[in-house]
Design a protein around this ligand. Structure first.
Ligand code: SF4
Length: 205
């Protein structure tokens, strides 16, 4: 069995474990679990906070309005959803889209860590404050202050901070310095890093 096939199988086994999971209270209100999807050979994994209503209904990550915007942001630099892997810190929808509690994140994050161990990315793009706070343990960290920055994580993996697309939907201005214009800069840097990693180079932006 090739390494690719083995890893694909491991990911499917993990998805099946997630779909049966009742480790936290979010299991009681979900319609579907949303494990994540995309390439397992990618050097870049995008991580958001948790599924919303559309994701809960479909079982797929980032397919609602915020997801459509994320797809457009990726396409603006000629990246497709199939070029990367997309997942969330928690795999079940928090009621009314509230932020998942620390306990829910603690219960669910081992699934994401297993996904990362299988995919072995070199770069994680943290979408929004909740995802960033999971990876970067800095007191009072604010996404508005640190988006566009690269942080070191374990095993030489880098974490790049970006706004969550739902934040961009609430802040529609494209004026210079607005979240949307800054995201345009950030996604161009993601594209650069993706190309550098694909060609075996170190990240240099
Ligand atoms: S959010 Fe995660 S830990 Fe909680 S029930 Fe869903 S899969 Fe299990």
């Amino acid at each position: 069995m090739t390494d690719y096939v083995k890893r694909k199988e491991l990911l499917l086994e993990l998805n099946s474990k997630i779909s049966d999971c009742s480790l936290c209270p979010l299991s009681s209100s979900r319609t579907n679990t949303v494990p994540g999807e995309g390439s397992i050979e990618t050097p870049v994994v995008f991580v958001g906070e948790g599924p919303g209503a559309d994701e809960d209904a479909s079982g797929r990550p980032f397919v609602g309005r915020a997801g459509e915007l994320l797809t457009k942001i990726l396409e603006s630099v000629k990246l497709s959803r199939e070029d990367i892997f997309i997942t969330n810190i928690v795999k079940c929808r928090p009621p009314k889209n509230r932020v998942p509690t620390a306990e829910e994140q603690k219960a669910c994050s081992p699934y994401m860590l297993s996904q990362l161990a299988i995919i072995r990315p070199k770069l994680i793009v943290a979408l929004g404050a909740t995802a960033l706070s999971y990876f970067v343990n800095e007191e009072g960290i604010q996404i508005t202050k640190v988006r566009g920055r690269i942080f070191d994580w374990i095993g030489g993996i880098k974490v790049f901070a970006m706004f969550h697309p739902s934040y961009l939907l609430r802040n529609a201005s494209r004026a210079p310095g607005s979240p949307k214009s800054l995201t345009w800069e950030d996604i161009q840097n993601v594209r650069k890093m993706y190309d550098q990693l694909l060609s075996g180079r170190n990240i240099d932006i």
